[in-house]
Ligand binder design. Structure first.
Ligand code: DWN
Length: 417
C-alpha cells in the first residue's frame, strides 16, 4: 500500500481530509471458511479534497493486482444494469453509425454485459479486463477480451496493430486506476479519427448529498465532479463535450469526450451548478463526516431495537458497498445473521471483515428472517420485486442509505428512532 501525498490528477500537495472510515478490508477479499488462518488485510480508508483541482480521492493506494486478480464482480447479475447497457449500445450504434467496419473498444469490459449488444448489432468489439473470472465469461459469450490493464502502453500497441476505436467505453473504471493521467492519455491515443469515448463514473455530488459513504472503498481511488474532470481530460488533448446524469450505482455521470470540441451545453450547466453548490471548496464537504456518523448510528439503533424486540435480521447483496457499510458501522453477527446473494461465485464465502456467511437468496423463504437489510440499495427495487414470496410471507426490507428506512408494502415507513 502507498500513501498519496499529491493529487492523483493535478499533482498538487494541497489535499484536505474530508472523512476517515478507519481500517477497512478490501471489498473483494471474500473469505473462504475452508481456508483457516487466511485473514483479510485492512488498510486506511481516508477521503480528501484537492484544493487545486477539486478532485475527491482516497489517500492510500492498494496495488490493483491485490484487488482485481480474483475479482468476483459480474455485471450481468443485474437486470437493471443489462437494460441500461442495452439502451446505451443501441443509442450509440444509431447515433455513431456503427457497422461491420467499426470497432468498439471497452475498458473494464467485465463479463461482456455491454459489448454483447454491439456484437448482436454486427459491430466488431474488443474487451479489455484483467479480471480472469469475468473475462472467461465474456469470451464464452464470443467477446474477444485482452486480460490486461489499460494505459498508454496498451493503447500504443493497439495503434501499432491498426486497432483504433470509433467508440471507446469505460464504465466504472476511471475511478479504479492508479495512473489516472496515463489512463486518460491512453484513451486520447487510441481514439480513431472521429472517435468518441463515453465514460461512466459515480457522481460525487450524489455520494455527498445522499450519504453514499459505503461506495467509498479501496477500489475507488477517485470520486468525480465535472469541475475536476474537465481539466483532467484537457491535460491530454480531450474535450469534455457532454455530461448526462444516470441513476445507476447510486447516481452516475455519463461523460462524452473527443479530440474535437463539440459541446452541447451540458458541461457548462454542470460547472455552473457545481460552482453554485460550492463543490470546489472545503465547506461543501465539511459536514459530510458528521452526517455519515449519524447514518451509521441510526442504522445501529434501528437494528438493535428490532433485535431487542426478538426480531431476526439478514441482509441482501454481498456487494462491495455492503462490506463498507457493515464494517464501518460495526454491524456484524448476531445483529445480522447472514447475507444472501445471487452470484454463485460469492455463495459459501464470508463477507470480508464482518465474516458473515453468504447464501443463495432462496434461504430467505426457507428461513424467513423478520427483516432483510438491502446492502445493494442501488438495486433495491429490483431485489424487492424479485423477493415477492419473502414479502408475502411477512418479511420486510430495510433500505439503509440515505437514511435507514423500513419498507412496508412497497412504501418506506418511518424508522423507529
Ligand atoms: O465500481 C463498482 C460498482 C459499479 O459495482 C465495482 N468496483 C463493484 C461493484 O460494486 P457493488 O458490489 O457494490 O455492486 P452492486 O451491483 O451493488 O452489487 C450487487 C450484488 O448483489 C452483487 O453481488 C450481485 C448481487 N445481486 C443479487 O444477489 N441479486 C444482484 C442482483 C441484481 C440480484 O438480483
Amino acid at each position: 500500500m502507498t500513501t498519496e501525498l499529491f493529487c492523483r490528477s493535478c499533482g498538487s500537495g494541497d489535499l484536505q481530509p474530508i472523512l476517515s472510515l478507519g481500517m477497512m478490508p478490501l471489498t473483494d477479499a471474500y473469505v473462504d471458511p475452508g481456508a483457516p488462518g487466511r485473514s483479510e488485510p485492512r488498510y486506511p480508508l481516508d477521503l480528501a479534497l484537492c484544493a487545486e483541482c477539486s478532485l475527491i480521492q482516497i489517500l492510500h493506494t492498494v496495488p490493483p493486482e491485490e484487488m482485481f486478480e480474483d475479482y468476483q464482480y459480474f455485471s450481468s447479475f443485474s437486470d437493471t444494469l443489462l437494460a441500461h447497457s442495452c439502451e446505451h449500445a443501441r443509442r450509440l450504434v444509431a447515433t455513431r453509425g456503427l457497422g461491420p467496419g467499426s470497432l468498439v473498444l471497452e475498458v473494464a469490459s467485465n463479463d461482456g454485459y455491454l459489448l454483447r449488444y454491439f456484437l448482436e448489432a454486427g459491430v466488431p468489439v474488443l474487451g479489455i479486463d484483467p479480471a480472469g473470472g469475468p473475462a472467461d465469461a465474456a469470451e464464452a459469450a464470443g467477446i474477444p477480451t485482452l486480460r490486461e490493464y489499460f494505459g498508454v502502453e496498451l493503447a500504443e500497441r493497439l495503434i501499432r496493430e491498426g486497432r483504433r476505436a470509433d467508440v471507446l467505453l469505460a464504465n466504472n473504471v476511471l475511478a479504479h486506476v492508479p495512473d489516472l493521467n496515463g489512463f486518460v492519455a491512453g484513451i486520447a491515443a487510441v481514439l480513431g479519427e472521429n472517435g468518441i469515448a463515453q465514460i461512466e463514473v459515480p457522481y460525487v455530488k450524489d455520494l455527498i448529498e445522499n450519504l453514499e459513504f459505503d461506495t467509498i472503498y479501496h477500489e475507488h481511488l477517485c470520486y468525480f465532479s465535472v469541475t475536476a474532470l474537465r481539466p483532467l481530460f484537457a491535460r491530454h488533448g480531450l474535450s469534455l463535450n457532454g455530461v448526462e446524469h444516470l441513476e445507476v450505482h447510486g447516481g452516475s455521470l455519463r461523460l462524452t469526450v473527443a479530440r474535437e470540441e463539440d459541446g452541447d451545453g451540458s458541461v457548462d450547466a454542470y460547472l455552473e451548478a457545481e460552482e453554485r453548490a460550492g463543490m470546489g471548496g472545503y465547506e461543501y464537504y465539511s459536514l459530510f463526516a458528521d452526517r455519515v456518523e449519524e447514518v451509521k448510528s441510526r442504522l445501529r439503533k434501528l437494528l438493535g431495537s428490532l433485535r431487542e424486540a426478538g426480531k431476526r435480521i439478514a441482509a441482501y447483496g454481498a456487494a462491495a458497498k455492503g462490506t463498507i457499510l457493515l464494517n464501518a458501522s460495526g454491524i456484524a453477527a448476531p445483529l445480522v445473521e447472514y447475507i444472501v446473494d445471487r452470484n454463485p461465485h460469492k455463495q459459501g464465502l464470508l463477507l470480508p471483515g464482518v465474516r458473515l456467511p453468504i447464501h443463495d437468496p432462496s434461504r430467505l423463504v426457507e428461513d424467513r428472517p423478520d427483516y432483510v437489510v438491502i446492502l445493494a440499495w442501488n438495486i433495491a427495487d429490483e431485489i424487492m420485486a424479485q423477493q415477492g414470496a419473502y414479502r408475502r410471507a411477512g418479511g420486510r426490507f430495510i433500505v439503509p442509505i440515505p437514511s435507514p428506512t423500513v419498507v412496508e408494502n412497497g412504501a418506506a415507513s418511518s424508522t423507529p428512532t
